[in-house]
Design a binder for this molecule. Structure first.
Ligand SMILES: [Ca+2]
Ligand SMILES: [Ca+2]
Ligand SMILES: [Ca+2]
Length: 187
């Protein structure tokens, strides 16, 4: 009987805990819909339309910024990044993918719309209207004066357990049988 009482008590606490968490979730910007992005001074829903944006950068779970061009993206993102004293290899964009980012492209040969990441967790590409669209990628993470550190690979997943590793400082212009298969990405 004592055990049962204790279980009921902990259930009540759990319910209270959920209630306490639920309120700020609806009000706070930190847990907003991850599909929402800033673009040209307004908020767009990438799961519905990119509205002309060509580049979108996932900066965190709650911040996505989109741009009309690569140049616009580079200019906005470079100053806000906390860069170490990397050497020449790591300071350059490569196949249109800026230093310290992993980029996936809508078309082969690094063409079409681009979505870029760096965070070390699984992202659901459907949130940004990019499920089953990836046709090429660049991992421009991990560069240094001496070459590539090999410390920041990324992974594509197809939702069925078939993953593709994207080793840092490598790129793939054509995904072959994996074309338009990726549903998830790990930065
Ligand atoms: Ca990373
Ligand atoms: Ca594609
Ligand atoms: Ca990584």
């Amino acid at each position: 009987m004592r055990t049962r009482t204790r279980l009921l008590a902990s259930t009540a606490v759990a319910v209270l805990g959920v209630t306490a968490l639920a309120s700020p979730a609806t009000a706070g910007p930190a847990l907003r819909d991850p599909s929402l992005a800033s673009f040209q001074g307004r908020t767009i829903d990438l799961s519905k339309s990119w509205e002309g944006a060509q580049v979108c950068a996932v900066l965190s779970r709650s911040e996505v910024r989109c741009y009309a061009t690569n140049e616009e993206a580079s200019a906005d993102l470079a100053p806000r990044a906390s860069r170490d004293a990397d050497g020449p290899i790591s300071t350059f964009a490569w196949h249109g993918c800026d230093n310290d980012w992993i980029c996936i492209f809508e078309h082969a040969d690094f063409a079409g719309r681009k979505l870029q990441f760096s965070d070390e967790y699984w992202h659901d590409l459907d949130e940004w209207g990019f499920k089953d669209k990836t046709s090429s990628w660049v991992n421009n993470q991990g560069g240094s004066w001496t070459g590539c550190s090999g410390s920041d690979s990324g992974t594509l997943g197809d939702g069925a357990g078939n993953n593709r590793t994207m080793t840092d400082c490598t790129a793939s212009a054509n995904l072959g049988s994996y074309n338009d298969k990726a549903e998830d990405i790990h930065g």
